[in-house]
Design a protein around this ligand. Structure first.
Ligand SMILES: Cc1cc2nc3c(=O)[nH]c(=O)nc-3n(C[C@H](O)[C@H](O)[C@H](O)COP(=O)(O)O)c2cc1C
Length: 404
């Protein structure tokens, strides 16, 4: 991708032919991911429409993980959950993220995915830091209970048949209770295919900077399986640098793509055939406002088609508006109106009323999305007393989850 103001119009057809994988391509079970770039699961964001946009910009290369699906809701066939388990016909491999706290329910959910051919890859989420989840021992609190983690992984891998199972986790609860090295070893012992590490503790939430040294340590600790690095990749050069500095096998990119699905084009260009990532930023897409507005309309339209209702699509799209327009001159009246738009025509008129020639804003390549630091991690009473206690969590540890 070149540094001009337009964006290659998303190809709406079949994925482009893939280049032959390089030696050392990321292997997730039977799936070769090359360049080794993964869209991070993000609740409320990485649904089929957003994955489609990212895939189009990447030319079909990379791995695009669904938003998190709770295992209990899946086995109960909750209507909203079943809507989330939807993949576009062009998506291959279909990658689904599950969140569960009960080994038996996780096993059931995985068997359902296999029996009903719902996905080609299963990722398990152990990274959620929000208090209402950790308070019940779920999310990023769970790996502290080594035996519970092991039981969940054993059930998942044992039920998955030929589907690869991966896990995504944080470093631990806080700096005094790091769990990622033990969790990585348990993952290897239980037959997990790859591990992804977000280089923050639960206590950090999204504050500070991600600790890439921890990614390097995990890579040394579990050389048997691919390690994916995650945290603070804002541009293609960051991705290349993470791979160089940590020796990780691939990168997982989350907030950097918010309102910027074309980042996947940059990532593939920088890490793709014969590329080392150096100079990746010179090749970065720097769309002007007209190009950004066109992607916004397409995103809102895809959401409406997915939800089966234009208004619902535009309403769901509202949360993306601040990310897409970050740094552009929008004005408070239009900004307010965009936040309440309810039809594609309204959205189109509002975007059309703005200066289409505005260049890509100087600071828009930096951090975006959640950046708040955490407070104390809330845990069940006595949670830290015994890492090897055979803990069992109540079912409500799965409710009110909101991602990683
Ligand atoms: C809005 C939002 C939703 C998220 N939802 C999930 C999720 O469902 N599952 C998960 O494992 N991580 C989730 N995460 C965490 C991201 O996958 C990722 O680990 C984190 O944002 C750090 O990567 P980044 O610096 O590239 O954003 C979420 C993050 C954000 C910002």
């Amino acid at each position: 991708m070149t540094a001009d103001a337009t964006l290659a119009p998303p190809a709406t057809g079949a994925p482009q032919p893939k280049a032959a994988p390089a030696p050392g391509a990321l292997q997730i079970g039977p799936h070769t991911v090359w360049p080794p770039v993964v869209l991070a699961p993000m609740a409320g964001i990485t649904n089929a429409p957003f994955r489609t946009l990212c895939r189009e910009f990447s030319g079909g290369q990379g791995l695009f993980v669904s938003e998190m699906i709770t295992t209990r809701a899946l086995v109960e066939r909750n209507e909203k959950t079943m809507q989330l388990v939807h993949f576009d016909a062009a998506e291959t491999p279909r990658s689904i993220q599950l969140y569960g706290v009960d080994p038996a329910t996780v096993g059931k959910a995985v068997r359902m995915i296999v029996d009903e051919d719902l996905a080609d890859h299963i990722d398990l989420n152990f990274g959620c830091p929000v208090p209402k989840v950790t308070r019940k021992g779920g999310g990023s609190a769970l790996p502290f209970k080594r035996n519970l983690l092991r039981s969940i992984l054993r059930e998942a891998v044992g039920s998955a048949g030929d589907l690869p199972v991966t896990i995504k986790m944080r470093k631990g609860i806080d700096d005094d209770h790091l769990t990622y090295l033990d969790a990585g070893r348990i993952a290897v012992e239980e037959g997990v295919t790859a591990v992804a590490l977000h280089g923050r503790t639960a206590a950090q939430h999204y504050g500070g900077t991600a600790d890439w040294d921890a990614i390097a340590r995990l890579k040394e600790h579990v050389p048997e399986i691919p390690v994916l690095g995650n945290g603070d990749i804002w541009c293609a050069e960051d991705a290349a640098r993470m791979m160089r500095e940590t020796g990780c096998d691939g990168v997982v990119v989350g907030r950097g793509c918010l309102g910027r699905p074309w980042l996947f084009g940059d990532l593939v260009a920088a890490l793709g055939p014969g590329r080392t990532g150096e100079g990746g930023d010179q090749a970065a897409a720097r769309p002007d406002f007209a190009a950004v507005a066109a992607v916004m309309l397409r995103h809102a339209d895809l959401l409406g088609r997915w939800l089966g209702d234009e208004t619902r699509g535009v309403v769901d799209f509202r949360k993306h508006v601040p990310w897409y327009t970050k740094g552009f001159s929008v004005g408070s009246d239009v900004r307010r109106a965009l936040a309440t738009a309810s039809s594609l025509a309204e959205l189109s008129d509002l975007l059309g009323s703005l200066d289409q020639t505005q260049p890509w804003p100087a600071h828009a390549d930096g951090p975006r999305g959640r950046t708040a630091a955490g407070k104390r991690v809330v845990l069940p009473d006595g949670w830290l007393n015994d890492p090897y206690e055979c803990a069992a969590l109540t079912e409500d540890a799965e409710s009110d989850t909101s991602g990683g």
